[in-house]
Design a protein around this ligand. Sequence first.
Ligand code: ADP
Ligand code: MG
Length: 332
Amino acid sequence: MSIYSIRHINLYEGTLLTPNMETIVLAVGGNALLRPGDKGTAEEQMLRARETAENIYPLFEKFKVVITHGNGPQVGAILLQNEHSKDITPPMPLDICGAMSQGEIGYMLGQGFHNVFEEKGIEKKIACILTRVIVDKNDPAFQNPTKPIGPFYTKDEAEILMKEKGWKMIEDAGRGWRRVVPSPMPLEIVEKEIIRSVLDAGYVAIAVGGGGIPVIKENGKITGVEAVIDKDLASATLGRDIHADKLIILTSVDQAYLNFGKPEQKSIFEMSVEEAKRYLEEGHFKKGSMYPKILASIKFVESGGKEVLITSPEKLMAALDGETGTRIYPSH
Ligand code: ADP
Ligand code: MG
């Protein structure tokens, strides 16, 4: 056997660069790039990406990590730019806008992490992987679009758009008319083997941005669809598909709570999947924010994951030491 094949085998098995390291899917929330009051300028988002990296960089010495993220504000801005320049340059469909946002956010996070790794002497390189996620064309979500996206329109504009583009639009809490798109369940990550190999070769990956680009697979062929996949659910699917050990969800709260926002609010330090299911049914977690995180946690653990940790970027290192955070673990 030549030296090249030995190297190849070692690299492929991940034994050379990453001995016995556990794999983590690290889902970062909107606050990794934007804080309340931020306008969303490039400088602000670059700075926030750096701050996120500064808070959590030690994690990357100990684990193989794939970072996933949402794209709500960024894809919203792309749709607005589309809308305002539609007479000059053709607007792009939502799947292409999603792809644009993966590149944009992957670049900003990549820069932040690259520079912090450099300063802290962490020898890790980071790559953004454009990611597609397979959904079922018969998913009931396609009959019932619920996820509001993009700019607000007047009633007259909305009527024209519904007619001309076939969009479904709703009146959004007195703020104007808005397009709604389906939010189907993620079934499988198209680039799963590629992401696994990147981690095993010792690199950090950024993937499944904005929940991934939703695609439908028919007779082996893949077509993009105009929909939005929840990023926490897509992260759990990625975790299952690459056999990750842990899912870490970083968000704007240090812990999940029971009776959230009520006088009897109580932080959850840990819960079994059974308890998580019961709390979910009892309505402790708000739809559209904590609910999908808990549902994703349940799915990840039930598909073989060892544990989920929910906390904030600022508290991640303390949470890994057992000081704060919320854990979801399998029932034995
Ligand atoms: P992200 O961008 O990280 O996905 P979200 O806003 O979607 O952020 O979700 C985090 C938010 O979930 C918190 O800021 C909090 O207001 C809300 N939330 C809803 N229910 C709960 C709960 N039971 N415990 C903690 N936070 C909750
Ligand atoms: Mg969210």
